[in-house]
Design a protein around this ligand. Structure first.
Ligand code: MLT
Length: 260
């Protein structure tokens, strides 16, 4: 049973709290530019999830572990008021688990380039095979290679793609294997979205080739109180590709909250 761990995390700015939860298999630095912009008027926490970046890992982890890590992070950083929790892709799956486990800690959620449905049996089997290959000594690059062409919008700068390719391939094989299994086992979150009473911001890159815009239209329709925003010209990594557009969307969303 994986025990509790303390996540490494950047913590900048002051004001209403925004927690940014990274995708797979990446780390909190994917939010660096967006967090810098948002930090002008908000307190922004961008953790490395369990086993990623500078955070310690465990041989196995469940979606519940990843979600509980965030609740513990809020305690450690003395965040005692409900916060906006926004997650990209895998980070979105963790946010949906957090919605089930810690709803009282949420002011609002951000579901960014993600999806509410679980894996198909074939997709789950593929993830488990990928995890087994990592356990057998295979490289993280074998997991990253098929994802890479779909992560960024067509025409994204080569330097950007190469930088993030290096960051993805440098993650710990054990952490990547643990997340592959956790994602394969994750439940469908359709009813979680339908039941959520708080505000939700749903964001997609126009050219997201992993979780396309239609998925975000469906999630926004399920959520009782959602705002859907599309970032033109961006792909699956929309907040990293276009941090200014992403930060403006979050600022506008939170400003509506302050006015209401
Ligand atoms: C991610 O960007 O986090 C992944 O595409 C999530 C997934 O593989 O389902």
């Amino acid at each position: 049973m994986p025990g509790p761990i303390n996540l490494a995390c950047t913590d900048q700015g002051s004001g209403p709290v925004v927690v940014l939860v990274h995708g797979f298999p990446i780390e909190g630095s994917m939010w660096r530019d967006a967090a810098g912009l948002l930090g002008a008027a908000h307190r922004v926490l961008a953790p490395d999830q369990r086993g990623y970046g500078r955070s310690p890992g465990t041989p196995a982890a469940t979606m519940a572990d990843y979600a509980d890590d965030l609740a513990r992070l809020l305690d450690r950083h003395a965040v005692d008021r409900p916060a906006l929790l926004a997650g990209l892709s895998f980070g979105g799956y963790v946010v949906m688990e957090f919605m089930r486990r810690h709803p009282d800690r949420l002011e609002a959620v951000g579901l960014v380039d993600t999806r509410e449905v679980g894996d198909t049996p074939d997709a789950a089997a593929g993830r488990r095979a990928g995890a087994d290959a990592l356990d057998a000594g295979g490289p993280v690059s074998a997991v990253v290679a098929p994802m890479l062409p779909k992560l960024f919008a067509p025409g994204a700068p080569r330097t950007m793609v190469e930088h993030w390719s290096r960051v993805l391939c440098a993650q710990s094989p054990g952490a990547v294997a643990a997340t592959l299994r956790a994602m394969a086992d994750r439940p469908d979150s359709t009813e979680t979205l339908r039941a959520f009473q708080g505000r939700a911001l749903v964001v997609a890159g126009e050219y997201d080739a992993i979780t396309p815009v239609e998925v975000h239209e469906r999630m926004a329709a399920l959520l009782p109180n959602a705002e859907l925003r599309i970032i033109p010209g961006a792909g699956h990594m929309a907040p990293t590709e276009q941090p200014r557009a992403f930060a403006s969307i979050v600022e506008e969303f939170l400003a509506q909250d302050a006015r209401s």
